[in-house]
Design a protein around this ligand. Sequence first.
Ligand code: NCD
Length: 306
Amino acid sequence: MGTVTNKHLLDIETLEKCDIEHLLAKGQEFSESLANDTWDKERLKGRVLINMFFENSTRTRTSFEMAAYRLGASIINWDASSSSISKGETFSDTLQCVAGYNPDGIIVRHSEFKAPYTVKALVNCPVINAGDSWRAHPSQALLDALTLIQEKGKLEGLTVAICGDVFHSRVASDNIHLLHKMGTKIHVIAPEMLMPQKLPYEGIKTFTSMEEGLPECDAVMMLRNQKERMEDSDIPDDTEYFNSFGLTQQRLQLAKPDCIVMHPAPMNRGVEIADDVADDPYKSVIFKQMANGLPMRMAILDTYIK
Ligand code: NCD
């Protein structure tokens, strides 16, 4: 059962450090119990959840769905494209309709700023943010932290580089909140036009070149260019971008010798990351991160769904 401060998982910003520790410890427990086939498969028996994704998703949606089934809950995959949203129904009317069926939890992804806060005000069940706008993606930041702990044994004292389109990335945003709260040093590396104008905390170092930002790093998190959130004229040329900011084996050598490579995916190979880095059997933990989506989201459902 959960012992977190809030009823909903809306973002990392509003979590206390003890909430993050609780969720990560539970994520680790599920990671082990999945490996040993020993978790409580009926923990959420009889509960009905709804996945409401207003934006595309592979990993987040599938792993929340899988997590629900693994805990014995049922889950409805509500599909925006085949819903009455396409007939002009408002977000609020759709939500009030769904709320009338009394689900036990709603998992929502939406392009609007703070959309899960709007959902929370319209429904009577826990709301879990599966990504809103460029602002928040708490379950991704948590599974990234779980992966870092499994690889490095800790978060405090590590130096982590977050590289690329930091300006438009909700993954970067919630990772910055989480890593800062847990005492990790952060290097933000981005071209000037993809660098946030303001960062939420003092002490985060910013760099406009990989060569300057990578030394000393224990982990490097690469990001996709979020072209869907850019004006056409601002979209960088893929080849030029790769030449300046792509993570190659050569650039990776500037970081600590045991530096690990992370990416929330989807990856654009040959744009922000070279193929041989993405597939490096020793340094890349990208597919491990994806797999950790399951235990981490089981921990989230276990904590928030009553
Ligand atoms: C990210 C997202 O949707 O924010 N993907 C994910 O959830 N793993 C990152 C992205 O789209 O680049």
